[in-house]
Design a protein around this ligand. Structure first.
Ligand SMILES: NC(=O)C1=CN([C@@H]2O[C@H](COP(=O)(O)OP(=O)(O)OC[C@H]3O[C@@H](n4cnc5c(N)ncnc54)[C@H](O)[C@@H]3O)[C@@H](O)[C@H]2O)C=CC1
Ligand SMILES: C[C@H](O)[C@@H]1OC(=O)[C@H](O)[C@@H]1O
Length: 253
């Protein structure tokens, strides 16, 4: 098992990609703390799935955009499991909207959740790893959107480029502490975040046709790549970005 007896923290772990990463981490031997702004049955389902794999799990509810959420999450994980070995910064939103009339509040909220939230959380997890003194691994869920644009994502794509850049700078800042920092760049993965957008059959077909592997992604397509980067198999990998997009990015013609 790649993460045997490790402690893994995942933001946005109640749904979609984060939930899949949390469950795959448990399958690979880790105890898992998930954070999200949705408690109740949704988070309970993930907790039950992890426990069914014989591992321990907790859910901490909060808003990643609030600075204090980060320390609260890390403290809760340390109280439950004793330490933090792996941190996955995943929580994010993408309220599709046109550029010319973008409401300032939508822009602000998207920046605060996706970028400031990733920053605060990564910082709190890194401080805990530094305190522990035996390194660690941080993986951020950026996006193919860090590299290419989207007509209705002008507020979103800069946050994903920002998260990718954050991991590059953190790889430098934290290398001396033995903490590796990498990002994954998913393509289009079927989750709540794009349910409405992909409800349009024409849009969905267009996206499918752009993917050499012939299908849209599923959340568990990210489980393996994130676990790989988190694990010692990737012990000399830091500051890297791994596209997980079925080949969509390279498909010009
Ligand atoms: N689905 C896709 O096609 C792609 C998604 N991504 C990224 O993957 C990450 C996860 O997204 P999905 O799983 O697709 O979406 P999702 O909507 O299924 O899950 C989002 C998760 O983040 C949590 N969350 C949202 N806002 C939060 C907040 N303010 N505070 C705390 N938790 C919050 C939600 O509760 C949920 O657990 C996002 O960062 C997104 O940008 C990147 C590329 C493609
Ligand atoms: C939400 C979108 O479907 C999704 O988000 C991303 O980051 C990808 O670029 C997809 O467009």
């Amino acid at each position: 098992m790649l993460l045997e007896n490790k402690v893994v923290l995942v933001t946005g772990g109640s749904r979609g990609i984060g939930a899949a990463v949390a469950v795959e981490s448990a399958r690979q031997g880790a105890d898992v703390a998930i954070h999200s702004n949705r408690g109740g049955e949704v988070a309970e389902e993930v907790i039950r799935e992890i426990e069914a794999l014989g591992r321990r799990a907790i859910h901490v509810e909060g808003d990643v955009a609030a600075f204090e959420s980060a320390q609260t999450f890390v403290d809760a994980a340390v109280e439950a499991f004793g330490r933090v070995d792996v941190f996955v910064s995943n929580a994010g939103i993408c309220p599709f909207h046109a550029f010319l009339d973008m409401p300032p509040e939508t822009l602000k909220r998207t920046m605060e959740v996706n970028l400031h939230g990733a920053y605060f959380m990564t910082q709190a997890a890194a401080n805990q790893m530094v305190k522990q003194g035996n390194g660690g691994s941080i993986v951020a869920v950026s996006s193919i959107s860090a590299l290419v644009g989207g007509e209705y994502q002008t507020h979103y794509t800069p946050t994903k480029a920002g998260v990718h850049s954050l991991m590059q700078s953190c790889a430098i800042a934290l290398g001396k502490h033995g903490i590796r920092c990498n990002s994954v760049l998913p393509g289009t993965i079927l989750t709540d975040i794009n349910k409405d957008d992909l409800a349009d059959p024409k849009k969905r077909e267009y996206m499918e046709n752009r993917i050499p592997l012939g299908r849209l992604g599923q959340p568990d397509d990210l489980g393996g790549p994130v676990v790989f980067l988190a694990s010692d198999l990737a012990k000399y990998v830091t500051g890297a970005a791994l596209l997980v997009d079925g080949g969509m990015f390279v498909n010009l013609q």
